[in-house]
Design a protein around this ligand. Structure first.
Ligand code: FNR
Length: 383
């Protein structure tokens, strides 16, 4: 990954490789895409006040989560359809995470299978569940996750309905992906991607293949579309908690009361997240709601975070405000799109180095040193 210095460099490379229809799927938000800006801008309002005259010559960013020690406090969030950006991307992300010793969450709309994840990264792979209309499908996925040897199940709760993603509408994005003549013409300007697509066709939702009535990409995509439109309530949380014996995490919690309710039902952890600004455009950024959620649950449950992290220092801010662990979605997708396993590994290395340097700059030698005592805020009037 010559010449790549930061995540923005990876984003530019990913953009170059992908046709517009695929790049816009990664990058897009909903409605006016205010949420994308909100998520990143929240970090620009944060200030970390450095403390000096501390010996920071030895620094350790390892973090223990659910009894396992990871080398860094940033893991890979679940992102659906990764195989559309590079064939095999889900498992490439898993491999990069395993090598970096951080968690990788396979999406409920992944293009790789739970069983392959169990083979490649049993100690680092987590599985993210989308509740299906046919509960026997969800329950079987939970069983497959356990059978594959994975220890953490993440239930995403912030997709009660599809959202208004206007880039996708304009581009004619659908599942499975089909290219119009105009789309094909545009894609020809991205020959690396186009060749792969011509060779392998549209990628499958591998985990759903088993349940769909037909085995073509169309049949599976239709089935997933029908199954995803299912009501989701706390009853599902109770049921899945009962069935799943490992660590159980809810992803997409944005309100302290929901966090407390999750705790009362025996959930082990939550991810404070607004789905990367892809669901409710007017939602607050996860960073804005993080302190109140952390205050509400204290140390009772593990509070994790994602949304808008593009620099190591952003993760340090989230950790100072009470997150135990951070995840990124787009940055590692840029990496894997740009350069496969090496690209994903590069994204993780960039974060690792930036976190290390931020810790040195502020006088922190370990993650436990971080806390709200480092924080102040830029006056909003001046923004
Ligand atoms: C996502 N995200 C997501 N979340 C989830 O729980 N299941 C999923 O299948 C997906 N799919 C998905 C696809 C793409 C292309 C993106 C960009 C995101 C949301 C993701 O897990 C995470 O919450 C956000 O990406 C975090 O924000 P950043 O790091 O992208 O700013």
């Amino acid at each position: 990954m010559n010449g790549v210095v930061n995540i923005e460099d990876l984003r530019k490379l990913a953009k170059k490789r992908l046709p517009k229809i695929a790049y816009d799927f990664i990058e897009g938000g909903t409605d006016d895409e205010v949420g994308l800006v909100t998520n990143e801008q929240a970090f620009r309002k944060a200030r970390i006040v450095p403390r000096y005259l501390v010996d920071v010559s030895v620094r350790d960013q390892s973090t223990t989560l659910f009894g396992r020690t990871y080398s860094s406090p940033i893991g890979i969030a679940p992102t659906g359809l990764a195989g559309l950006f590079r064939r095999g991307a889900d498992l490439m992300l898993a491999e990069a995470a395993r090598e970096a010793n951080v968690p990788f969450i396979m999406s409920g709309s992944s293009t790789g299978s739970i069983e392959d994840l169990g083979r490649i990264a049993p100690d680092h792979g987590w599985y993210q569940l989308y509740s299906a209309k046919d509960q026997s499908v969800s329950e079987d996925m939970i069983k497959r996750t356990a059978d594959a040897g994975l220890k953490t199940l993440v239930f995403t709760v912030d997709v009660p309905e599809g959202s208004n993603r206007e880039r996708n509408t304009r581009n004619g994005f659908g599942r499975p992906l089909r290219l119009s003549w105009k789309g094909k013409f545009e894609a020809l300007r991205h020959p690396g991607w186009m060749l792969e697509w011509m060779r392998h066709g549209t990628p499958m939702f591998d985990n759903w293949l088993k349940y769909a009535p037909g085995k073509s990409a169309d049949a599976v995509a239709d089935f997933v579309g029908q199954q995803n439109r299912a009501p989701m309530t706390w009853k599902h949380v109770e049921r899945y908690r009962q069935l799943w014996k490992g660590n159980f995490v809810l992803k997409g919690i944005m309100h302290p009361d929901d966090a407390l309710r999750a705790w009362s039902l025996g959930v082990d952890g939550i991810m404070v997240s607004n789905h990367g600004g892809r669901q409710l455009d007017i939602a607050p950024s996860p960073l804005e709601v993080l302190p109140a959620i952390r205050d509400a649950v204290g140390d009772k449950m593990t509070v994790m975070f994602d949304g808008g992290i593009r620099r190591g220092m952003d993760a340090v801010v989230a950790l100072c405000l009470g997150a135990k662990y951070c995840f990124v979605g787009r940055p590692t997708l840029y990496g894997v799109t740009a350069g496969g396993v090496t690209g994903a590994a590069t994204a993780l290395q960039i974060f690792r180095r930036e976190i290390d340097l931020t810790m040195a700059q502020i006088g922190a030698t370990k993650i436990a040193d971080l806390g709200p005592h480092f924080m102040m805020w830029k006056d909003e009037e001046e923004l």
